[in-house]
Design a protein around this ligand. Structure first.
Ligand code: ZN
Length: 236
């Protein structure tokens, strides 16, 4: 009985830790930016790039609607495709830090967390000549040491309020449905931060054509009523 109870408590604590450190909107381990205050704004965010050719296709698509977005880049990919990083920066989009190798930081030592953030920061600064203080933890994993180290280094952790789960390689329809459903559940009371992917942490060349299509349809659907802004432009 005692053992069963103890196991139950352990399982419950494990679930609590998992929720607190992974659920996108949990604030258990410290405040992270998950949404804006102005429901007329939408912040599209793209993780795991740069990725050829889909990051460039995404830039074309955003430019057609004069939309601004935020790209959370993986340092080692940025190092390999500097021209794509510069194209993002020159088009006026925000760039954020998504670590150098994309590890699960919940499993990393404090020294490794620091190294991942600094190595990515140095590449992005070298390539653009600017500093990029936004940080999105890979897999959304952020135990307290991840958040405290990132803040000590001057980063703002950014999560999301709506996700397309486009890493599952589903159709543009499905991606769009997931985002729309999440937006409806917010009852239009928030400025959404939408999580999408222009690349994949597995490597270059991931097919993100469906994400480009879903983005185009989001822009068509909401350009009349909302403004598409980068995370630094979001009213918080
Ligand atoms: Zn990622």
């Amino acid at each position: 009985m005692f053992l069963a109870l103890a196991l139950g408590v352990t399982a419950a604590s494990a679930a609590y830790v998992k929720y607190g450190s992974l659920a996108p909107r949990s604030q258990l381990y410290g405040r992270t930016l998950t949404q804006g205050k102005d429901p007329r704004q939408i912040a599209l965010t793209y993780d795991d790039g740069p990725n050829h050719p889909y990051t460039l296709h995404m830039l074309d698509c955003l430019a057609k609607y004069s939309a601004k977005a935020t790209f959370f880049l993986i340092g080692k990919f940025a190092r390999q495709r500097p021209e794509i990083v510069r194209a993002i920066h020159e088009a006026g989009h925000a760039i954020g830090n998504h670590t150098y190798h994309h590890p699960n930081l919940n499993l990393a030592s404090p020294a490794r967390v620091r190294r991942e953030l600094l190595d990515c920061r140095n590449v992005l600064q070298d390539l653009t000549g600017a500093s990029h203080p936004l940080f999105r933890p890979p897999f959304g994993a952020r135990l307290p040491h991840v958040l405290s180290i990132s803040r000590a280094l001057g980063f703002t952790p950014v999560m999301w309020s709506a996700a397309g789960d486009d890493w599952k390689n589903d159709s543009a329809d499905l991606i769009l449905n997931r985002v729309s459903r999440a937006m409806r559940s917010g009852k239009s009371a928030r400025g959404e931060i939408i999580l999408l992917h222009d690349g994949s942490n597995w490597g270059f060349g991931a097919d993100r054509a469906q994400t480009v299509q879903a983005t185009e349809r989001l822009l068509q659907q909401y350009s009349g009523s909302k403004s598409f802004v980068s995370v630094p432009e979001l009213t918080i």
